[in-house]
Design a protein around this ligand. Sequence first.
Ligand code: ZN
Length: 453
Amino acid sequence: MDTVILKDIMLPDSSVADIEVKDGKIAAVTVAAGRVGNAAAGAATENAESADVAEKNAESADVAEKNAESAEAEVIDCSGKAVLPGLVNMHTHAAMSMMRGLEEDVLFHKWLDRIWDVESKIDAEYVWWATKVACIEMLRTGTTLYNNHYWFSDVAHRAALQMGIRPVESYVFLDKFDASEAQRQKEQCEKMYSKSLDWGDDAHFTVGIHSIYSVSEQTMVWAADFARRHGLKIHIHLSETEKEVRDCINEHGVSPVEYLDRLGILGPDLIAAHTLWLSDNDIALLGAHHVNCVHNINSNLKLASGYRFRYNELRDAGANVCIGTDGCASSNNLDILEALKTAAMVQKAWRKDPSAMPLDELIPIATANGARALGINTGILEVGRDADLLIIDTDNTFFLSPAPFLANLVYSAHSDCISSVMCRGRFVMRDRKIEGEKEIIAEAMSVLGRMKF
Ligand SMILES: [Zn+2]
């Protein structure tokens, strides 16, 4: 069925609307006059304050009404439920889903050496199933779009699409300063890019650079140039640890951000994961170039990389701040709502300011900002956007409060209140059920059984 009506669903501002989804897009959002959702009661109540919103949306009312009555449309009663745009995980390594907890309680560089050793043993079959496992987890926790930084891109891409989620895949450079390896990787990158052109409408491909401490200068410049010649985004780990910054200053006389600036790599097409250890000048550069900075708080905390992410300063300077989970090998899960809650609480704590990273900025960080960084038409509940939607069950203790819906969602609830997920207009999880989940976990377990991690 091409048309779905989500009837009487509560919007994030607590007004109640009918949302019409047609051909994968949001076709109408019709707020009924005077109706405001009451999550605690799961019912619509009168509220004069919603009159303005209702007026704005009145024009699309007729369209939704007609479609609701049409036999062509599936009408779903969503009373007692709320809607949110699908979450965007802006930095992850999906196939690390079966590497959780392999190396706990050690510092970043010791952890990374172990992970690289593990990754030298993986193959396409492992990536296929581990990506599917990651997708199950992402869908269960409300992610509909993710920015992946991993190997076997073509395999990972196909696995994710089969799950109905939208992946952005990369070819990741990691030459470890070896010239012949660099040459081999350039050729592979060109091949993978050509292959990605066959992905059609789903061709979201980026050029990954592991980091400044694992990729040669010449390779980084080549990779950035390749990306820009083909209109692709660049995805890198940047200023993640204090050691990275110290080593860069010792070797190049400048910080990692200044180093990338010197190489001409900063730009609005750069997605920089972590950006945790920044000077004032770094922030000015990231802001001036409108770089997309991805905060990965749980990974940073777990590896003791740090926690003073300078959110306010980056936002005010003009950077586009997004959020990610990083891979499961470091942050152990792919739950964006959990990452948001931790990020906000840590901001408040280290700044000794409870107004830091306020509630009304949290959801955009996890939705619209990510979509903007990737140039994908989603992340906002408005007509014409891709219908990547979460249906949230508010009929539970976490929402039994007169507090705003978003406060209860981020600070009280867990992601298991997400009952259904729609990606580009199609249900990919419905009433917590994902097609083939049991079989995928069984296959993944058998693949994991033969891996020698
Ligand atoms: Zn990472």
